[in-house]
Design a protein around this ligand. Structure first.
Ligand code: GLY
Ligand code: MN
Ligand code: MN
Length: 434
């Protein structure tokens, strides 16, 4: 992403904050996996959204209107020895020259410098509750100033939830963000095609997962979340990710896996038969979920409420379940009673962006929010019929189907960013039996 994109985000944030304020945003800490092995480092999304700075141990500070510079970045200093062991660092000069900070301080000076920066600010924009240790430090700096306040130092009077402002910005995607998300979705779609091509009875779930990961890495991506690769009974476990069972002839395989490209996530689910041909029952459930997904996607347009796609999906699913004899009663009543929840126990989507379950409000007060151009959401209805489901004939058991796409709200309707992943029965069967 271009440095200009980050600088225009900072400008917009500071315009909203106004004079006499300060924002403090730490990045994510390095996390230990076991003993001295670390998880691959991923910066905090809010921090990265505003800075593009990829290193750990960094804190961004924004002070609108400050004469000496509005954007202060605390980061690690250059260190030849440390860099030989652990990798390159931008250092203080790089923070200014490459990442456009107005001023950079060593992260080790945070406790000494931040109280000074706070001194003339009435309001502190900060996200409390994410990092208990950092919360303590922020409160400590303010308290230290308050003690000095008796000797005439100006102290901050108000904490403001930074996430409120920032997350509404992140909810609306710019052109550059949409391009990046389109790419993430296209790479993920390629990975699903590759999984369909490779799948056959006798493979283990992890071998199909390997095809997905291979495609992600070939394109410079990492998984946006832990891949779900569940065959047969495992297709009915919503967050299954052991991915260690054999794939059997005659069963379905549900894959919920997608790439993160340049810090932007995609989120795709496809379900297909392990042997490439749907059985009549699998096909009936699959076609029903697909019809529900199309109905839900149709509702994605500016002005419609957030809840509209979910309601459309529930309606199609409930009428279909009654028609197949899997629910008994009047559809309108079954919807009212939420009887469909026996087979469809999650909602139809979520915001998508730098985080797979992205930030942004779904409701204003008690009311669902209206969709607006530039928002990106997933549409992911499903049906899950576990083995042993009471009153359900055995032929339906272990059929778990979810179909999930990434959908951008456009000025006139929507664009399915993940459309390159096949989803009609005909397309899937043609691809798999070729
Ligand atoms: N992959 C997580 C989700 O679909 O919400
Ligand atoms: Mn999702
Ligand atoms: Mn998903």
């Amino acid at each position: 992403m271009d440095q200009k994109e980050f600088s225009s985000r900072r400008k917009r944030l500071m315009q909203t904050m106004g004079r006499g304020t300060i924002a403090i945003i730490p990045t994510a800490p390095v996390r230990v996996r076991n003993r001295d092995s670390e998880y691959p480092y991923r910066p905090d999304s809010d921090f990265h959204y505003l800075t593009g700075f990829p290193e750990p141990e960094a804190v961004a500070v924004f002070i609108p209107g400050r004469k000496e510079g509005q954007y202060v970045l605390f980061c690690r200093e250059r260190d030849q020895h440390a860099e030989i062991w652990h990798g390159r660092r931008a250092g203080l000069r790089g923070a200014c020259e490459t990442f456009s900070a107005d001023h950079a301080y060593p992260i080790t000076e945070l406790d000494a410098v931040l109280p000074e920066l706070l001194e003339h600010c009435g309001r502190v924009f900060y996200t409390l509750g994410h990092n208990a240790e950092f919360d303590q430090r922020v409160v400590g700096w303010v308290n230290r100033l308050r003690q000095k306040g008796r000797s005439g130092v100006h102290t901050p009077g108000e904490f403001v939830a930074l996430d409120h402002v920032l997350h509404d910005m992140r909810l609306f995607k710019s052109k550059a963000e949409i391009r990046t998300m389109r790419r993430a979705a296209n790479i993920s779609a390629l990975a699903h095609v590759q999984a369909m091509r490779a799948c056959r009875p006798g493979l283990f779930e992890y071998q199909v997962e390997a095809e997905l990961l291979h495609t992600f890495r070939q394109h410079g991506c990492v998984p946006a979340y832990n891949s779900i690769v569940g065959g047969g009974a495992n297709s009915c476990i919503l967050h299954y990710n052991e991915n260690n069972m054999p794939l059997n002839d005659g069963e379905l395989l549900l894959i919920d896996a997608a790439a993160e490209y340049e810090f932007y996530a995609s989120d795709i689910t496809r379900t297909f038969p392990v042997n490439g041909c749907f059985s009549p029952e699998q096909k009936a459930i699959y076609e029903l979920v697909l019809a529900a997904q199309y109905a839900a996607i149709e509702k994605v347009k500016p002005g419609n409420l957030w809840s509209a796609p979910h309601e459309a999906a529930v309606k199609v699913l409930t009428y279909g379940l009654v028609k197949l004899g899997l629910l008994k009663g009047k559809p309108a009543q079954l919807i009212e009673d939420q009887s469909y929840r026996r087979f469809y126990m999650h909602r139809t989507g979520h915001w998508l962006g730098m985080d797979v379950h992205d930030v942004g409000e779904y409701k204003f007060g008690d009311h669902w929010r209206a969709l607006e151009s530039g928002m990106v959401l997933t549409v992911e209805p499903g049906l899950y019929i576990s083995a042993g489901s009471k009153g359900i004939a055995k032929k339906w058991w272990n059929i778990g189907v979810r179909i999930e796409d990434d959908v951008l709200v456009t000025p006139t309707g929507h664009e399915v960013l993940s459309a390159a992943a096949p989803k009609s029965v005909a397309d899937i069967e043609a691809l798999m039996t070729r």
